[in-house]
Design a protein around this ligand. Structure first.
Ligand code: AMP
Length: 172
C-alpha cells in the first residue's frame, strides 16, 4: 500500500482553486503499482460471486476494467450523457455548481447480477450516489461500492446509502 501511495501525485488547485487533486495516472503508469492496485482491489471481492463491474466515466474505467478482468466478471461503463449508443436510463445529480447527468445501458445489468460499482476517488460521493441509484433501478441481486482512494475529510460516505457495503484501498 505504501508503494501505491508513493506513486500517487498530489496536484494543488486542479481542476479549480483550493482542490488538492489526487492524480492516479502516475500510479497507473507504474507497472508494479498497477499490478498491486489490480490485485488488491480483486482481493476485496474474491468469492463474492461478482458478475459485473460498473466503471464510472472516465477514471473509473481503468481500475474497473482491471477489477472485472481479475474477478472473471464483465465490465459495464456508466457514462456522461449522449455517449452510450443504445437504450439508456439516466440520473441527474447536484454538483458544486449546477447539475450533472450519468447514464447506463438499460440492458447492462439484470436480476441475476452481483455488481461492484467502481470509481477512482470518493470525494463528496455525489457521483457514486447517482450511479448507485441507476444500478439499483435495474434490480441486481447485490451491489457493492468500491474506490481506490477515499478522501475521508469530505465525508462522501454520508452521501451513499446507509446499507451499501463500501470499500476503498487507500484513505486520506
Ligand atoms: P464526487 O465529489 O465524489 O462526486 O467526485 C466526483 C469525481 O471527481 C470522482 O469520480 C473523482 O474521480 C473526482 N474527484 C473529485 N475530487 C477529487 C480529488 N480531490 N482528487 C481526484 N479526483 C477527484
Amino acid at each position: 500500500m505504501e508503494y501505491i501511495k508513493s506513486k500517487i501525485r498530489d496536484v494543488q488547485d486542479f481542476p479549480s482553486k483550493g482542490v488538492l487533486f489526487k492524480d492516479l495516472t502516475t500510479a497507473f503508469k507504474d507497472p508494479r503499482a498497477l499490478h498491486i492496485i489490480g490485485w488488491d482491489l480483486s482481493q476485496l471481492y474474491r468469492d463474492k460471486g461478482v458478475t459485473k463491474v460498473v466503471g464510472i466515466e472516465s477514471r473509473g474505467f481503468i481500475g474497473g476494467s482491471i477489477l472485472a478482468f481479475e474477478l472473471g466478471a464483465g465490465f459495464v461503463p456508466c457514462r456522461k450523457p449522449g455517449k452510450l449508443p443504445a437504450d439508456t436510463i439516466r440520473e441527474e445529480y447536484a454538483k458544486e455548481y449546477g447539475t450533472d447527468v450519468i447514464e447506463i445501458h438499460r440492458d447492462a445489468i439484470g436480476p441475476d447480477d452481483i455488481v461492484v460499482i467502481h470509481d477512482d476517488v470518493l470525494a463528496t460521493g455525489g457521483t457514486m450516489a447517482a450511479a448507485y441509484k441507476l444500478v439499483k433501478s435495474l434490480n441486481p441481486k447485490k451491489i457493492y461500492i468500491n474506490f481506490i482512494i477515499e478522501l475521508s475529510a469530505l465525508n462522501g460516505r454520508a452521501a451513499l446509502p446507509a446499507d451499501a457495503e463500501v470499500t476503498s484501498l487507500i484513505k486520506y
